[in-house]
Design a protein around this ligand. Sequence first.
Ligand SMILES: NC(=O)C1=CN([C@@H]2O[C@H](COP(=O)(O)OP(=O)(O)OC[C@H]3O[C@@H](n4cnc5c(N)ncnc54)[C@H](OP(=O)(O)O)[C@@H]3O)[C@@H](O)[C@H]2O)C=CC1
Ligand SMILES: Nc1nc(=O)c2c([nH]1)NC[C@@H]1CN(c3ccc(C(=O)N[C@@H](CCC(=O)O)C(=O)O)cc3)C=[N+]21
Length: 284
Amino acid sequence: MTAQLIDGNALAKKIRGEVAERAAALTARGHQPGLAVVLVGDDPASQVYVSHKVKDCEGSGVYSLLDRYPADMSEAALLKRIAELNADPKIHGILVQMPVPKHIDPQKVIAAIAPHKDVDGFSIQSAGALASGLPGFKSCTPYGCMKLIETTGVNLRGKHAVVIGRSNTVGKPMAQLLLQASATVTICHSATVDLGAHTRQADVIVAAVGRRNTVTADMVKPGAVIIDVGMNRNDEGKLCGDVDFEGVSKVAGWITPVPGGVGPMTRAMLLVNTIEAAERAASN
Ligand SMILES: NC(=O)C1=CN([C@@H]2O[C@H](COP(=O)(O)OP(=O)(O)OC[C@H]3O[C@@H](n4cnc5c(N)ncnc54)[C@H](OP(=O)(O)O)[C@@H]3O)[C@@H](O)[C@H]2O)C=CC1
Ligand SMILES: Nc1nc(=O)c2c([nH]1)NC[C@@H]1CN(c3ccc(C(=O)N[C@@H](CCC(=O)O)C(=O)O)cc3)C=[N+]21
């Protein structure tokens, strides 16, 4: 291995420490920050994620509320619950775990969350603010990826960044943040012809596809920064990303592992957004 490991667990821990200080200061003024996590259905992976998020809150002095509902909850009932959370002064951030069951429209759910409590950064208002360079909540995963890139000391200005994936929650906001940092940005997706031709030009690759071995050593420019967002299982059932870690780490300059890379940072930035929401509410 020649690449340097980017340690997401360590950076997330540091950020949680900063969050804890800001949370304590708010609590001392009578404004403890609060996050509501809503889970509809009993998908095992989602259950693991939401319990992690609640534990993170407990460890940082953030009040949390975990709302669990059966998979057959109606869309109307979920929208009503979101309206209650919008009006609850103890709650500064609302996260509805995705995906929601098929009979519920995720766009309606996202639109129902008050924009000032949209700590996921999934709303049209948050996406629009990001695209327009206005202040707003940044989507937690891309926000965390930017913090991970910062630790390498690589200045993104004028660098070529290739984002693989164009989802509203990861790929698109990732490209916006890289553009804001003055990188030259290419966005690849399932219709891209010859992915490797693009990635071989890249100083920074962010892989957010959901398919293992999407990025292999022959697709990477020596010394590049590799950020692996993917969350997949290999044949042995172990967590792995979209990047062939073993091969690519022989070529890249820096690389994030899975687990221990982007995942913990997504959760840390959720706490940061929640603190920001609470600080704004306290200053009103
Ligand atoms: N670590 C973390 O904190 C998080 C991890 N994830 C993980 O990241 C991955 C991506 O998540 P998400 O963005 O929600 O997923 P989506 O399924 O919404 O998007 C996947 C994207 O990958 C593109 N794609 C699919 N196949 C290829 C291919 N062969 N070559 C190039 N592009 C391709 C799709 O293209 P098209 O648009 O054309 O279909 C799409 O834009 C998943 O593994 C998910 O589990 C997600 C969120 C947080
Ligand atoms: N409204 C909403 N917001 C989200 O942010 C959201 C979502 N829905 N739905 C699902 C995806 C996925 N996601 C992850 C977050 C952390 C880890 C994470 O912490 N991963 C650990 C491993 C965890 C484990 O051991 O399973 C790691 O990579 O080290 C993974 C995945 C957030 N998402």
